[in-house]
Every structure is written in structure tokens, then in C-alpha cells.
Design a protein around this ligand. Structure first.
Ligand SMILES: Cc1cc2nc3c(=O)[nH]c(=O)nc-3n(C[C@H](O)[C@H](O)[C@H](O)COP(=O)(O)OP(=O)(O)OC[C@H]3O[C@@H](n4cnc5c(N)ncnc54)[C@H](O)[C@@H]3O)c2cc1C
Length: 516
């Protein structure tokens, strides 16, 4: 066998997977048909859940330094600023990163690439997957190399992180059902001055669509995204200059364009692969699902597909997990993709609908409605949980088991365990629980009880954290609706595998032998 895992594609998804495998000592080969990393910004929003994963990977500080926190969104309609939505710290108490970070895909890829190099793994660029044959115990992949010659590589597993036109998907004959939207998008990285509120999101809503201005690093540097007006659709040679009159119409005649470093138009599709696994091959990221960019979910979802699969592959390759564990990748991530497609589809239809009613809603009702709703703490909480991806849960996964007795409102198996600040020793300070979790291992959190006698399974793959009874701890647990006696077995990706009230001796061992 040449390698344990062959990762096809070094976009954000492939880089994240290769990192997760390298951290767990798995032999992986990562290839990409391009000559080097992509230089375009493309995706811009980094969600809180991704930042939590970046923290474990050691790149969150750098990401925060390079990016801009989205502090607020200004909604403009009919030439006036119609509303301001507070976005900074909208998820306070829910994540160590309670905001959306604006950081381009190119920067994300660079940080992920550096982290990978630090672990001694380099991407084989100009290397393209051109053929693939699945055998019972391996996959034989044909790779076209930089000199044009083809070589065969045998791998135990292949991860298709090769984007919307995935060769891994096509070579396995997996259908990619869905359709394109009729609208054509444009995206431009610009130097502009105008009425935009600096350092904040500026959303221009108009009867036929919208323009979004994202603040980028540097002064007067804006990423502008919008839909191409019907009259200009279908033009092959479209430039930003041709679009400026329609942008000025909404953003005001004071808008002045000083430069444009990247301009592209693209049609958006909404599609999902029929399966995310075919025997020894997996699909992740855009290879598995594509949808409208509304909500800045695309890149983040791919990164989290990789985070979900990485620890499972590592356990199976090490002989510490059953092969069936790998089926849970698909059973957990297909529902996530399905929900994402449905919600982005609904939101996108509203945002771009040409109907007069939708136009009125966009320009007159929506700004005020959003601003009012976002003042309510409950709406803030739900909005943050949904958009930040911290609310993603796998309640129906074969890996999720909640034992009887846990109150209905308490976190349950499948949930991402909530972010808490707890005292882990009676005299110690309150600490960030996520900082205490090692995401290359399982974590058993014991609340109001000691470790059961007779030892625990998983050897050094398990860490135990005992939360002592203490007034600040009790308050923090109450906030998360966790009873004073409870236990939670967290998987390496921070989701709850097994949850219950009092931990009986063999419960963890049984869970591990039956489900892992
Ligand atoms: C113009 C544009 C703007 C976008 N804006 C946003 C946005 O604002 N927000 C958002 O969330 N998302 C946005 N997206 C989507 C976002 O860029 C994707 O969701 C993200 O790139 C997915 O990452 P990925 O790693 O799964 O796939 P990709 O980034 O597509 O990476 C796939 C990699 O696989 C390589 N590859 C392909 N085939 C092969 C092969 N046969 N052999 C070897 N290598 C191969 C490719 O060279 C590529 O490097 C945008 C996309 C585009 C095109």
C-alpha cells in the first residue's frame, strides 16, 4: 500500500482533512491538479464552529489577526440606511468566538497549508486524479503527474475533496442531483470609497436583488457581491465597469471605484451527491454538496465534513475502530447538507426573487423586521446557533446514545457539547472547557461524581475531566441546563457520543465496543 489515505484536492476541505489525519499520525498523500494554491478570495465568512476547530489546530490566533470581525450589518434600501443589525458578539456565552470572522478563502488555505507543512506534509501540486479502481482491500488511483506521465498509487481509502466537478464522484458513478439557479452572480475585490460604513457589512437591497459590500483587510478594500442585472446576463465579456451604473443606482452616485484586483461571474447550483461514501471512497465539501453562498456556509461546511471524517478514519486505520464507524460520516453529514440546501434555497429565493411582493419585502419590510427581531436575545441565540454552525447536531446518528434519566432540556447525544467556563479543581480558576479538551482523544466529563471503579476503556485515547461541585460551576452548568449529576462522553470532534446521569461501571466500555 502506498498510502493509507489519498486526499484528492487541496482546497480548504482537503487541507483540513490532511491536517486532521497528520495530527493523528495517519500516512496521507494530498494531491491537487492546480500548480499551487488558489489566489482568489472566494468564500469570505469564517464561522464560530470553524474557529473552534482552528483553535485545536493552533491557527486561530493568526486567523483572528488576519481577519476582521463582523461587528454590524448596515441595511440600505432606496438610498437610505434602513437598519443596523448588531453582529459583534451576537453569540456571547455560546462560543469563545461569538462572531463571524471575515477572512478570505485564500488566507484560510494559506493558514491550513502552513499548519500541514509544520507537520511535515506537503501538497503534490500539478497532480491530477484521472482514473480509479476499487478493490476489496484498496483503491488503485491513476494520477497524472507534472511531467504528463501517469502513475498508479494504491491507497486504503480515498477522500474526494475535489470540488464541484469532483472526479472521485464521477469515477464512482455517484449522481449529483440538483439544478442551477437562473441568476448569475458577480464577485469583485475592489478599492472603493462611498457611503459604506467602514469596517462593517453593507447590504444594499433593491427591488430586483441586492449588493453586499464586505470590508476586507486594508483601507477602502471591499469585496462586492451581487447579481448581474437581467439586461447584462449572458454577456461573455462582462466587466465591473459595465456593472458600476447599476451598483451606483443603489449605493449612491458618491461611489467611486479606484481599482479592482479580481472580478468573476458565476452561476450557482444547488446539488447534493446521492451518497457520500462508496466502499473505500468518500466525498467531502463541494464534491458532496453545493448551494447558494447566502449565509457563508459553503467553505465552513466542507471544513467540518473533514473534521467529522478525520478522527473516524484515523481510528479505523489504527485498528481501534470498526469499519462501520465510517458509515456514520454519511449518516451524520447528509442530513446537514440536506438542511443546508433547503435553508439556503429558501433564503436565496427570497433574496433574488424578481416578484414585486418579494421586492417590496426586501426594500421595505425586511430591514426593519431583521433589526427588530435581532434585538431579542432568543432570536439572537437561535440565529447565532444556526449560522455559526455551533448548533449542528447528530441526534439520529448510530454513534449517539442518551441514557434514560437526563432531563429533556439538557445537552444530549449528538449535540456539540456547549462551551462552558468551569473550575476543574476546587482551588483552581474557572477555565475555558474547550481549551482543556484534546481533540485527538475522547473526553469523559464527569459532573458531581468521581470516575467509576474498575477502570475505563480506550486507554490513552480517553481523557477524564471531573467537574467538582462549586457555586460558580453550578451556575455555569445551570446556564447550559446540565444537571448537577451527569456524565458526557465526547467524541474527538466535540460532539456528545454517550450521555447520562450516573455513570455505571461498564457503560462506556459497552458504548465503545458496540458503536466505535
Ligand atoms: C466565485 C466564487 C465565489 C464564492 N464565494 C463564496 C462565499 O462567499 N461564501 C462561501 O461560503 N462559499 C463561496 N464559494 C464557495 C466556496 O469557495 C467553496 O464552498 C469552497 O471552495 C469548497 O472547498 P472545497 O475544498 O470543498 O473545494 P474547492 O475549493 O473547489 O477545492 C477543490 C480542489 O480540488 C482540486 N481538484 C479538482 N479535481 C481534481 C482532480 N481530478 N485531481 C486533483 N485535484 C483536483 C482543485 O484544483 C481544487 O484545488 C464561492 C465559490 C466561487 C467559485
Amino acid at each position: 500500500m502506498d498510502t493509507d489515505v489519498l486526499v484528492i484536492g487541496a482546497g480548504p476541505t482537503g487541507l483540513m482533512l490532511a491536517n486532521q489525519l497528520a495530527r493523528r499520525g495517519v500516512r496521507a498523500l494530498i494531491v491537487d491538479r492546480h500548480a499551487g494554491p488558489a489566489l482568489e478570495t472566494r468564500a469570505l465568512g469564517v464561522q464560530a464552529r470553524t474557529l473552534e476547530i482552528y483553535a485545536h489546530l493552533g491557527i486561530v490566533e493568526r486567523a483572528l489577526e488576519l481577519g476582521k470581525r463582523a461587528t454590524g450589518a448596515n441595511m440600505w434600501a432606496r438610498g437610505r440606511r434602513a437598519a443596523w443589525l448588531p453582529l459583534g458578539d451576537i453569540g456571547r456565552g455560546q462560543s469563545p468566538y461569538p462572531f463571524l470572522l471575515i477572512l478570505g478563502q485564500d488566507d484560510n488555505e494559506q493558514l491550513l497549508g502552513e499548519a500541514l507543512r509544520d507537520q511535515g506534509v506537503t501538497v503534490a501540486w500539478s497532480t491530477e486524479l484521472v482514473g480509479l479502481a476499487q478493490r476489496p482491500d484498496r483503491v488503485i488511483a491513476r494520477l497524472k503527474q507534472p511531467d504528463g506521465a501517469t502513475r498508479e498509487v494504491s491507497a486504503a481509502w480515498v477522500a474526494g475533496c475535489d470540488g464541484a466537478r469532483s472526479a472521485v464522484r464521477d469515477l464512482n458513478g455517484i449522481a449529483f442531483h440538483g439544478a442551477p439557479y437562473e441568476h448569475v452572480f458577480f464577485v469583485a475585490d475592489t478599492q472603493m470609497t462611498g457611503p459604506m460604513v467602514p469596517d462593517e457589512l453593507n447590504v444594499y437591497l433593491w427591488r430586483e436583488g441586492f449588493h453586499l459590500f464586505f470590508p476586507m483587510r486594508g483601507t477602502d478594500h471591499w469585496r462586492v457581491v451581487g447579481i448581474v442585472p437581467p439586461a447584462l446576463r449572458g454577456r461573455e465579456d462582462l466587466t465591473l465597469d459595465a456593472l458600476m451604473p447599476s451598483i451606483r443606482q443603489e449605493a449612491g452616485s458618491g461611489l467611486s471605484l479606484q481599482g479592482c484586483s479580481w472580478f468573476s461571474t458565476y452561476r450557482i447550483h444547488h446539488r447534493r451527491a446521492e451518497r457520500f461514501r462508496d466502499r473505500r471512497c468518500f466525498l467531502l465539501g463541494d464534491a458532496a454538496h453545493i448551494h447558494s453562498p447566502v449565509g457563508a456556509q459553503g467553505m465552513n461546511t466542507g471544513l467540518q465534513d473533514a473534521y467529522n471524517l478525520g478522527w473516524k478514519l484515523a481510528l479505523v486505520i489504527a485498528g481501534d475502530g470498526r469499519e462501520a464507524l465510517l458509515d456514520s460520516y454519511e449518516s451524520e453529514r447528509i442530513p446537514v447538507a440536506q438542511r443546508l440546501l433547503a435553508t439556503t434555497d429558501r433564503a436565496f429565493s427570497l433574496v433574488v426573487s424578481d416578484s414585486g411582493v418579494a421586492g417590496l419585502f426586501r426594500t421595505r419590510l425586511a430591514p426593519r423586521l431583521f433589526a427588530l427581531a435581532l434585538r431579542l436575545p432568543r432570536v439572537q441565540r437561535i440565529a447565532f446557533r444556526t449560522i455559526s454552525q455551533t448548533g449542528i447536531a447528530y441526534p439520529n446518528s448510530p454513534l449517539s446514545e442518551t441514557l434514560p434519566g437526563l432531563p429533556a432540556a439538557a445537552p444530549r447525544a449528538g449535540d456539540r457539547f456547549p462551551w462552558l467556563r468551569l473550575k476543574l479543581s476546587p482551588d483552581g480558576p474557572a477555565e475555558d472547557l474547550f481549551g482543556k479538551i484534546d481533540d485527538t482523544r475522547f473526553t469523559l466529563i464527569l459532573i458531581g461524581q468521581p470516575a467509576p471503579p474498575g477502570g475505563l476503556p480506550l486507554g490513552d485515547r480517553l481523557r477524564v475531566l471531573v467537574v467538582p461541585g462549586d457555586p460558580p460551576n453550578d451556575r455555569e452548568l445551570e446556564r447550559a441546563r446540565i444537571p448537577r449529576t451527569a456524565f458526557y462522553l465526547l467524541r474527538p470532534d466535540g460532539h456528545v457520543g454517550l450521555a447520562g446521569v450516573r455513570l455505571e461501571g461498564a457503560a462506556v466500555a459497552r458504548y465503545v465496543s458496540e458503536r466505535i
